[in-house]
Design a protein around this ligand. Structure first.
Ligand SMILES: O=C(O)CCC(=O)C(=O)O
Ligand SMILES: [Mn+2]
Length: 200
């Protein structure tokens, strides 16, 4: 495992070995059985290119009504619990006494991306956001804590964990592109990113 820090974002490359990645993949497969991926729409009506779901007490959703955390899937059911294997990752890297209340699931098919943004819909910015990557490699762009200015990019691979905390908690970040076919972990290909957050 290699630990590097870019603009305050701590990246653990190879945090999960293949068996660990398979455990998380299978646990998320179970979550998606009861909380299927859906196609989020921005408040301005633009379809996002990732599909989303969540586990935990809250899921982050977006639609014409805005960005927010909701205790239920858009279909009405409560979100499934955050799998233990992911809570363990949180305990190992977050440095946070509070447990995560949301594990947001983003699925990137070939061509999907995510524009530069801050994660700022949570109430307690002393708690970090912990990101786990599975499947295809993704080019992660890290900016600044205010909009604009120079950015730095790093490839995230399957099994990598990134922590945005402390001075980097409100850093702008996004995914420019993925490298289709770069991983064999997900049978249908693509990439899954999991971000654990304390919401309240
Ligand atoms: O896919 C990623 O690595 C980042 C996801 C992200 O920034 C988010 O869900 O807020
Ligand atoms: Mn984010």
């Amino acid at each position: 495992m290699t630990r590097l820090t870019i603009r305050g974002v701590v990246i653990y490359q190879g945090f999960l070995d293949r068996a660990g990645q398979e455990t998380v993949r299978d646990a998320i497969g179970d979550v998606l059985q009861s909380a299927p991926l859906f196609e989020p729409v921005t408040p301005r009506g633009k379809k996002m290119s990732v599909r989303m779901s969540a586990a935990g007490q809250y899921g982050w959703v977006t639609d014409r009504k805005g960005y927010r955390y909701e205790p239920q899937h858009p279909q009405g059911q409560a979100w499934p619990a955050i799998p233990n294997c992911l809570q363990e990752v949180w305990e190992q890297v977050s440095g946070c006494a509070r447990p995560p209340e949301c594990c947001l699931i983003n699925h990137y098919a070939a061509g999907a991306r995510m524009g530069l943004h801050q994660d700022r819909d949570e109430a307690d910015f002393t708690c970090p956001v912990v990101s786990v990557s599975l499947g295809d490699d993704a080019l992660f762009r890290i900016g600044n804590t205010t909009r604009g200015g120079p950015t730095q990019s790093v490839w995230l691979s399957s099994g990598d964990v990134a922590v945005m905390g402390g001075d980097a908690r409100l850093i702008y970040h996004g995914i420019d592109r993925t490298r289709a076919g770069s991983s064999t972990l997900l049978p249908q290909g693509g990439r899954i990113n999991l971000t654990m957050r304390v919401v309240t």
